[in-house]
Design a protein. Structure first.
Length: 275
């Protein structure tokens, strides 16, 4: 069964009267069910954390620590993530004895994604975006901004330029976000403007272009953002709009990820992102 915050407990109680073999949920909701004695996790021998780096951030880690204590002492903990910061290592050292590590990042990181940057002034960004839309063969694109306010403002600008565009961010109601996501996945619009809410676990194969309208502050966010294109062996294009203030972040992220982000050429070969 699936359980998330913002839904009624009554439905969960009814379902947990029956046998449930796998419980998929958000940490706060699962802990709430366990604390209330609705979900008995004493026999739970496997705890899986997808996007472990996010789940073990300071925001969620206290909840996960409590959840672990609800599970069987003979438990297996599995952590999955594209990035493993220090918080994950600390948790692993405390809770997993004799851990086994599988690392596929050498094979998969940024594979199939061509990265460029355009050096622009802040006031030129919308014009640059308009030029990109006219020159690129976009199946679908996700355009990232660094704040909720900028997401909404940019989506309005793109619509005014005559392009179909949706937006999504964390301050929208969950039902509204679900609707936007499903309509975008079904091809109702070509462009989606997003905050970092949308950087993880989103597999939409038709997305072949990711644009960082605002350049991210760290390598982990950059990696997760551009990984929205190039899914399942498809090719993808990542374009970063870089201002003077972003230049040090650009260099640092290149160094940390061991990658090269090249200046954008006058013409981008469609074979780089349209297969």
């Amino acid at each position: 069964m699936v359980t998330t915050g913002g839904t009624t407990l009554k439905d969960d109680i009814m379902r947990l009267y029956n046998v449930v073999h796998i419980l998929v949920g958000t940490p706060g909701r699962v802990l709430d069910l366990a604390d209330k004695g609705i979900a008995n996790l004493k026999e739970c021998t496997t705890l899986i954390m997808d996007e472990a780096d996010k789940l073990l951030s300071p925001e969620f880690q206290p909840v996960l620590e409590q959840l672990v204590n609800h599970c069987s002492r003979k438990r297996q903990i599995c952590l999955f993530s594209a990035t493993f910061p220090v918080t994950v290592k600390d948790f692993k050292d405390r809770h997993i004895s004799n851990p086994y590590e599988i690392n596929l990042m050498d094979e998969l990181t940024l594979k199939g994604i061509t990265q460029f940057y355009a050096f622009v002034a802040e006031r030129q960004k919308v014009h640059c975006l308009n030029t990109l839309f006219s020159k690129l063969e976009v199946n679908q694109s996700i355009i990232f901004c660094n704040s909720v306010n900028r997401v909404e403002l940019l989506a309005k600008k793109i619509t005014e330029l005559g392009y179909s565009c949706f937006y999504i961010h964390a301050k929208m109601q969950q039902s509204h976000r679900n609707r936007v996501f499903h309509e975008f996945r079904n091809g109702a619009t070509r462009h989606l403007v997003s905050s970092d809410l949308f950087t993880r676990g989103i597999d939409i194969q038709s997305v072949n272009v990711v644009i960082n309208f605002d350049f991210p502050k760290n390598a982990e966010t950059y990696l997760h953002r551009i990984g929205r294109s190039g899914r399942f062996g498809h090719l993808g294009l990542a374009i970063n709009l870089i201002t003077y203030e972003d230049r040090h972040n650009l260099f640092r992220i290149e160094q940390e990820l061991g990658t090269e982000i090249k200046p954008i050429p006058a013409v981008i070969d469609r074979d780089l992102y349209c297969r």
